[in-house]
Design a protein around this ligand. Sequence first.
Ligand code: HEC
Ligand code: HEC
Length: 261
Amino acid sequence: MKQVKAASLTVILAVSMALCLVARAAGQAGQPAQAGANQAVSAGNALFQQNCAFCHGRDAMGGETGPDLTQSRLVRSDATGEKIAAVVREGRPDNKMPAFNFSTQQIDDLVAFLRVRIAAAQAGGRRGVDPSDLQTGSVAAGMAYFNGAGGCSKCHSPTGDLAGIASRYQGLQLEERMLYPKNAKSTVTVSLPSGETFSGTLAYLDEFTVALRDANGSYHSWPTNQVNYKVDSPVDAHVKQFSKYTDDDIHNLMAYLQTLR
Ligand code: HEC
Ligand code: HEC
């Protein structure tokens, strides 16, 4: 595992990888020239969501029937991925963990995904530990970045949706919201061969199936190869920003956001 000194940088790395893969899992056209490592992580994320998430939770931090894998000693200490591979291939039949017949590639992808989840859990676990780190930025530079290079003002307003944000969230919690607005919903428009179109909240997407929930709450799904669809994920802007932020940008933005009380 890489040693990265600044807490915020750790958060960014972990969260940005996690987000890239979330974006990819949501089926957008991939970001240009993603590193191979990110592809493994995103493939691992897709596998995990389909096969493991309903027991271990979507973020691998534990679900109703499966333990938190980010805290598992076996997972954390598995430098080569062999122990994870063994559990996944053999299962734990006595303990309600099924066996999966995955290829080496698929296992490697899952391991890559779990590594990112561990890093993100570690970063999140630092909540409140280092608030002074979040006080080092320049409010003026943060405001300039917000309105300029960061492009934040295209979607946000300090007197509108972000008014009072610093009263709602503090410290690392605020930083996490900024880096990873996990509640933002993606929307999708599906066009059928007949010309009919449907729009709604993206409910499911993989290689084969696209599904949405419409304004009345009804669920519709189609085979992806029989329709055209376009996913609009507002969080994309946040994902793209990850590759551009410097540590100073983050600190300045945090200084600025913390004035919005
Ligand atoms: C039906 C529920 C279920 C599914 C699906 C499932 N698991 Fe598990 N998993 C469990 C349970 C329960 C345990 C704990 C078993 C035990 O206590 O020995 C476990 C344990 C594990 C462990 C060992 C953790 C440790 O510390 O010993 C790993 C690694 C793991 N699962 C990975 C996965 C992966 C990867 C997938 C998807 C490919 C997956 N699991 C799918 C229920 C599930
Ligand atoms: C293309 C539009 C877009 C851009 C550009 C954008 N955001 Fe966001 N942002 C969103 C959406 C959508 C959400 C999710 C809103 C929600 O969760 O209610 C969000 C959420 C947030 C949140 C959490 C708000 C909350 O109430 O939880 C913060 C903080 C934030 N963005 C900061 C920024 C900053 C700083 C930038 C610039 C570096 C930026 N955003 C750029 C669309 C955008």
